[in-house]
Design a binder for this molecule. Structure first.
Ligand SMILES: O=C(CO)COP(=O)(O)O
Length: 255
């Protein structure tokens, strides 16, 4: 938590979900309508094939819909790619850029991630910029250096608290059930806040820094209660409404 920052609980469905999954989304929307939105903002980033449906279902709720990636360009000869403008047109409010799965699977480097964040803003979307160290980098004691390098390269210099969210996702914690200790998360998030302040000045104080990687209802109070953790980016547990709502409910036990 950071005083003055309203937490954001965001889901990332990754390459999961068909129209049959939209019922979970309806339940997530209904859950937030029955009071959870008093504690947090909520967002679910879905595959592009579901985005328009998701945005329509969630339009009657406080939960917003987002995209999982965008191209740097507005339009053109890029078969199979999706622009930020297309996501906006389909009803997105946010888009994830620089997720470690895209960095690894699609060779996306910090410069591309930065260009994608700018593309998100061009379309009027909030960019959720992901950073995080691999297991080998953590074991080599390089975590904070990696975070510094990724922040320096991936975050555009004119980022603000209203157009950008940072997500710290240790690669080794994603989908593994492993999580860093609260002390490790405290150190990483304090470092991210400090580096953002050096880069962005006063805009950094109110910028959300989410934690992601094996967040579940059972560990949400511990992880999300850490200083400078302003919400969660949730993968697997966002596919089940009960788990996603359970994570948001953790905020009732965090002061
Ligand atoms: O990558 C993540 C969210 O973007 C985290 O995934 P899991 O919650 O499944 O570990």
């Amino acid at each position: 938590m950071t005083p003055g920052i309203r937490p954001l609980v965001a889901g990332n469905w990754k390459m999961n979900g068909t129209s049959a999954s939209l019922n979970e989304l309806r339940m997530i929307g209904n859950g937030f309508m029955s009071g959870l939105d008093a504690e947090t903002e909520a967002l679910v980033c879905v595959p592009a094939t579901l985005l328009a449906h998701a945005a329509e279902i969630l339009s009657r709720t406080p939960v917003r819909a987002g995209g999982e990636d965008c191209h740097t360009k507005e339009s053109g000869a890029h078969t199979g790619c999706i622009s930020a403008e297309m996501l906006k047109d389909a009803g997105a409010s946010h888009v994830i850029v620089g997720h470690s799965e895209r960095r690894a699977d699609n060779n996306e480097d910090d410069a591309i991630v930065q260009a994608k964040a700018s593309a998100a803003w061009r379309a009027g979307l909030v960019a959720i910029i992901c950073i995080g160290e691999t297991r080998a980098e953590r074991e080599a004691g390089a975590t904070l250096d990696v975070l510094s390098r990724q922040l320096s390269g991936s975050v555009p210099p004119n980022a603000t608290a209203s157009n950008t969210v940072i997500a710290y996702e240790p690669v080794w914690a994603i989908g593994t059930g492993l999580t860093p200790t609260a002390a490790d998360v405290t150190e990483a998030h304090a470092h991210i806040r400090e580096k953002l302040s050096e880069k962005l000045g006063s805009a950094a104080a109110k910028m959300r820094i989410l934690y992601g990687g094996s967040v579940k209802p059972s560990n949400a109070v511990e992880l999300l209660g850490v200083k400078n953790v302003d919400g969660a980016l949730v993968g697997g547990a966002s596919l089940k409404a009960a788990d996603f709502l359970g994570i948001a409910e953790a905020y009732r036990n965090i002061s």
